[in-house]
Design a protein around this ligand. Structure first.
Ligand code: ATP
Length: 419
């Protein structure tokens, strides 16, 4: 079967054509592989361009980049190389390889192999197809394990029975793809997956590595909640270290409310996984947060936000009283990071949520136009009092809404005069 590569975006088409021509020049074969092939067949957009070569990819790339404006980042252990094009496009070139897992969860022992062997090391049949990009096979679909049939039948199927034992991250990947595409894990594969969960093969893998794959559910998938629900049904959430079922109502609120906040640029798409994690870990105490932070090697920013998230109840209490000035709301919220604010915003009752919105949309941007030097010129000595005056001015500005510098100076004079 021939695949029409003109479906690729023009920029990518050119890259693929250039690499194909270089493969012709070097007398080797090159193939698109993995997610891009799957997504071409599904007529979906993919963001990764992976190319397998039946030759050493690093050597190939060194010759290819000569005279071109491309940065080359080699990974000699796996003989792969990333090409970084101007404008940030990244293409991965892989030396076709076979992999043997010495034991469950260990890193595989790799050696050069054929395309067929390279496809066999992959997770599911739908990700184990290739398209030739040069020679007289240009455009040909190479599908030794029935990936296209499974794609049409909407099935997630492993290539062999040891797959989940070799690499437990495939449990997460199976569920991620199943839920993303609305497919079904095929019945034999599901049996193997359940057995792997019962055998705790996850424990054979470094927690940080497993967690990295897990966080793709939170950062990449259109509906993390669907995948988390399925994981939970299958008893595959234990690795998070809690016996309690996650609070799905809370997670649902996050999933429902977050797109609007991202669209309005209140928070960024990149914060999505952190905000969902705050929902997942909402039942922990601070010792629990420290435990997961160190177990999964989470960054300081994640740790800090997870801890801030624990203050949700206290903050909701402080924002609950019926008469609050805007500056009082500002005082409660000003020290929180955006992901924490968004998490709290999305999971409190609407009345308090509106107050947080006010802060997110307006309050946090209010700044004084005059600075310490201006206040010194008005006669305030440097020191604690100066900071207090700045704070009082800011509170007034938030509550009264004035905007000119002249008004700030007038108000400052008034405050100083009251001393
Ligand atoms: P996505 O659309 O989420 O990026 P993808 O299929 O491109 O999906 P990647 O994680 O970028 O996923 O992996 C690229 C390819 O590498 C996959 O299509 C698959 O063939 C292979 N792969 C990735 N992870 C594994 C794994 N744990 N075991 C086997 N093969 C894997």
């Amino acid at each position: 079967m021939k695949i029409n590569l003109s479906q690729l975006a023009p920029r990518w088409r050119k890259i693929v054509r250039d690499i194909g021509q270089e493969a012709d020049r070097q007398g080797v074969f090159a193939y698109l592989v993995g997610g891009i092939v799957r997504d071409l067949l599904l007529k979906r957009k993919d963001l990764d361009l992976d190319i397998v070569l039946e030759t050493d990819a690093i050597e190939f790339a060194r010759k290819f980049v000569q005279g071109r404006d491309i940065r080359l980042i080699p990974y000699s252990e796996f003989r792969t190389v990333s090409l970084e094009y101007p404008g940030g496009i990244r293409v991965d070139l892989v030396t076709a390889r076979k992999e043997v897992y010495p034991r469950s969860g260990a890193l595989p022992v790799v050696s050069p192999g054929t395309l067929q062997e390279d496809l066999f090391r992959r997770d599911f049949t739908i990700n184990a197809m290739a398209i030739a990009i040069n020679g007289d096979r240009l455009g040909e679909l190479i599908d030794p394990y029935g990936g296209h049939r499974d794609l049409k039948g909407k099935r997630i199927r492993v290539l062999h029975d040891q797959s989940f034992v070799d690499d437990a991250t495939r449990i997460l990947r199976a569920i991620r793809f199943e839920q993303r595409f609305g497919f079904r894990i095929d019945s034999h594969t599901l049996k193997l997956l359940r057995e792997a969960i019962v055998k705790n093969v996850v424990d054979n893998i470094k927690p940080a590595r497993y967690f990295e794959e897990f966080s793709k559910i939170l950062s990449k998938e259109p509906s993390p909640v669907k995948a988390l629900t399925r994981l939970s049904q299958l008893g595959a959430m234990q690795f998070l270290g809690s016996k309690k079922r996650p609070d799905f109502r809370l997670l649902q609120k996050i999933e429902k409310g977050l797109p609007r906040l991202i669209k309005n640029k209140i928070c960024q798409w990149q914060d999505r996984d952190l905000i969902f994690l705050m929902g997942l870990f909402a039942g922990l105490d601070s010792a629990g947060v420290e435990r997961v932070t160190s177990r999964f090697q989470l960054s300081r920013r994640y740790r800090e936000n997870l801890i801030l998230g624990l203050q949700k109840r206290k903050i909701a209490g402080e924002l609950n009283s019926s008469r609050l000035r805007r500056s009082q709301i500002y005082e409660v919220l000003k020290s929180l990071d955006i992901p924490s604010l968004v998490f709290i915003r999305l999971t409190v009752v609407p009345r308090i949520g509106k107050r947080i919105d006010q802060f997110l949309l307006h309050g946090r941007y209010v700044k004084l136009k005059i600075d310490g030097k201006d206040l010194q010129r008005l006669g305030v000595a440097p020191g604690k009092r100066l900071g207090e005056i700045q704070n009082l001015l800011l509170q007034r500005k938030i509550d009264q809404g004035w905007s000119t510098r002249a008004e700030e100076i007038r108000q400052a004079r008034q405050l100083i005069g009251q001393e």
